[in-house]
Design a binder for this molecule. Structure first.
Ligand SMILES: *[C@@H]1O[C@H](CO)[C@@H](O)[C@H](O)[C@H]1NC(C)=O
Ligand SMILES: *[C@@H]1O[C@H](CO)[C@@H](O)[C@H](O)[C@H]1NC(C)=O
Ligand SMILES: *[C@@H]1O[C@H](CO)[C@@H](O)[C@H](O)[C@H]1NC(C)=O
Ligand SMILES: *[C@@H]1O[C@H](CO)[C@@H](O)[C@H](O)[C@H]1NC(C)=O
Length: 286
């Protein structure tokens, strides 16, 4: 039993050792959303630094197969480097890494070439903000040459949607259907033409706020209540302070009593129209 587990351990060690030996430094490219980062296993040396070089089709064909130093990846200590600005063309790139370990120098090459179309497209985050009937849709991050097809459905009715093809971010649009308290759902397809890849952003739903259009009657009602309260107080004061105050604040003729019995609707529109005037129309004691 003990013997066999020892054998297994040895076997695992041998496999691990041989695989790491066949791919020294285990170099790999991690490219997501057009951001290319080369990573490798650090070496245990007392002093170590790394230098990256690349060779695209241009260097191969026109520059006699010369290698170019990656801009920010010269004699670095870290075991990763961002090659986004270096690998900027539609080309197959060979990539190699020079390790300086305790004064010794050796090269490792990435087993396959890298092309930016190999990048993995991960759906950006979508944010939706509704302000009145203006809707703002934002995406983060924004990728170069990104086009978004935005599907907007109202009241969650998926088959009844409108489509917006967007190239400018954030994107604003107006809708005349947001009466407030409505459910609006958004989903998107992101396409990056350069790499011929697309991905989808899951449906997000928001409930629109009550728009000012609907808020106005509420505000008017509150204003009316305040005006009435003020009027009553003033009316009381007028009674208390007698003719002098009355002359100043109530210079209108007392209203005939039928007018005071008008239905509230008429009253509201009246107060609304005369909101700039200061005459408390209802002061007149009945
Ligand atoms: C090599 O790198 C890959 C990707 O980063 C990783 O999944 C794997 O475990 C690594 N292997 C070794 C032996 O370090
Ligand atoms: C490429 O090599 C040829 C001959 O070996 C030489 O004549 C030419 O100048 C070289 N070109 C460059 C860009 O180094
Ligand atoms: C990188 O390593 C080499 C050799 O070990 C050394 O000469 C050089 O100074 C190092 N570079 C940096 C930036 O530390
Ligand atoms: C883009 O990708 C689609 C599907 O993956 C393929 O059918 C189409 O031919 C590609 N277009 C180009 C220009 O490579």
């Amino acid at each position: 039993m003990l013997q066999s587990s020892k054998f297994l351990l040895l076997l695992i060690f041998t496999i691990n050792y041989s695989s790491s030996f066949s791919t020294p430094l285990n170099m790999s490219m991690h490219s997501v959303n057009m951001k290319h980062i080369l990573k490798w296993t650090p070496l245990s040396c007392s002093t170590v630094n790394y230098t990256i070089q690349y060779q695209g089709e241009f260097e191969l064909i026109n520059l006699n197969g010369s290698w170019v130093n990656a801009h920010d990846c010269q004699e670095i200590i870290e075991n990763k480097c961002d090659l986004t600005s270096d690998l900027a063309f539609k080309s197959d790139y060979s990539i190699r890494l020079m390790t300086k370990c305790d004064g010794e120098k050796f090269w490792t090459q990435l087993p396959t070439t890298f092309n930016r179309r190999d990048t993995m497209l991960v759906a950006p985050n979508m944010t939706v903000a509704i302000e009145g009937d203006i809707i703002q849709v934002g995406f983060s991050p924004i990728l170069p040459d990104m086009t978004v097809r935005l599907f907007v459905s109202i009241k969650g009715v998926e088959k009844n949607y409108s489509t917006h093809v967007i190239g400018m971010f954030p994107y604003h649009f107006s809708t005349n259907v947001t009466h407030g308290g409505e459910k609006m759902c958004f989903r998107a397809e992101v396409f990056v033409e350069d790499i011929n890849k697309s991905c989808y952003i899951d449906t997000q739903c928001v409930t629109t706020k009550i728009t000012p259009e609907f808020a106005i009657p509420v505000m008017v009602s509150i204003a009316v209540v305040i005006v009435i309260a003020v009027a009553i107080i003033l009316g009381c004061s007028a009674k208390r302070f007698g003719p002098y105050i009355k002359q100043n604040f109530c210079h209108r003729e007392p209203l005939p009593s039928p007018l005071l019995e008008l239905p509230p609707n008429t009253f509201v529109s009246c107060m609304n129209n005369s909101s700039e005037q200061t005459d408390p129309l209802v002061v007149a004691p009945a």
